[in-house]
Design a protein around this ligand. Structure first.
Ligand SMILES: [Zn+2]
Length: 124
């Protein structure tokens, strides 16, 4: 009985000490994540983190999508067609990272406002 209780205690303790490290790692990794371009025929329903999806061939790209970097889980759609407002432009760097102009400012949901520069999120 005592052994069993010690076992439970140890299990609880390891969870309690693990949790802050896990949170720290998550926050740290969240800061470190780098967006890279993935060319797709159609924008995905649920984008993967750290991937900048571009739909359309070459210079005919018409749309992009990312998973919101704030962690709210929403998909952010970016229009790349110059005839339609608002419109964004992206630049693909030789290392596969991406920059997006202008900044992304969500008008609904989490209202995140950030730049994507060389794959990194710069919060405004
Ligand atoms: Zn968000």
């Amino acid at each position: 009985m005592l052994k069993w209780m010690i076992g439970i205690f140890h299990a609880t303790w390891s969870v309690l000490t693990f949790l802050p490290r896990w949170l720290y790692a998550r926050l740290f990794l969240a800061k470190e994540k780098t967006y890279r371009i993935s060319r797709v025929a159609d924008l995905p329903e649920s984008p993967m983190p750290s991937i900048f999806y571009v739909a359309g061939e070459g210079s005919r790209a018409w749309g992009a999508a990312i998973l919101c970097p704030c962690g709210c889980g929403d998909r952010i759609d970016l229009n790349l067609l110059k005839q339609v407002r608002p419109c964004w432009a992206f630049e693909e760097h030789p290392d596969g990272t991406v920059s997006v102009m202008p900044s992304v400012w969500r008008q609904k949901g989490c209202r995140s406002h950030f730049f994507v520069r060389r794959g990194k999120i710069d919060w405004c």
